[in-house]
Write a protein that binds this ligand. Structure first.
Ligand code: SF4
Ligand code: SF4
Length: 92
């Protein structure tokens, strides 16, 4: 079984409240690297040209914490989803 196949077995119980928040002003004005887009294994970050802001879809988060480490501007606030919510791994 490939890693991608294993990931499709995960179950998600999304929290209505996002556990990830961004300082949009920092993303917009100070960040040219946008490492969050490149490192998220679930591809949850995307730059919105329409909204002129970085957006993150928290519902599919794998809770790896990589984005928090990768953001070199301290623009990310991250915590685990509230109890009982978030990803449920089926293969480790
Ligand atoms: S890396 Fe950090 S500052 Fe840059 S766009 Fe992503 S969250 Fe914003
Ligand atoms: S914790 Fe991992 S999966 Fe969740 S948004 Fe950050 S990089 Fe993506």
């Amino acid at each position: 079984m490939t890693v991608d196949e294993k990931l499709t077995r995960n179950a998600f119980k999304p929290d209505e409240e996002s556990h990830i928040s961004l300082d949009e002003a920092v993303c917009r004005s100070r960040c040219t690297e946008r490492y969050c887009v490149r490192v998220c294994p679930a591809a949850l970050y995307a730059w919105s040209e329409e909204g002129d802001r970085m957006v993150v879809e928290h519902a599919g988060c794998l809770e790896c914490g990589t984005c928090l480490v990768a953001c070199s501007h301290g623009a990310l606030a991250w915590r685990y989803p509230r109890g009982g919510r978030g990803v449920q791994y089926r293969y480790g």
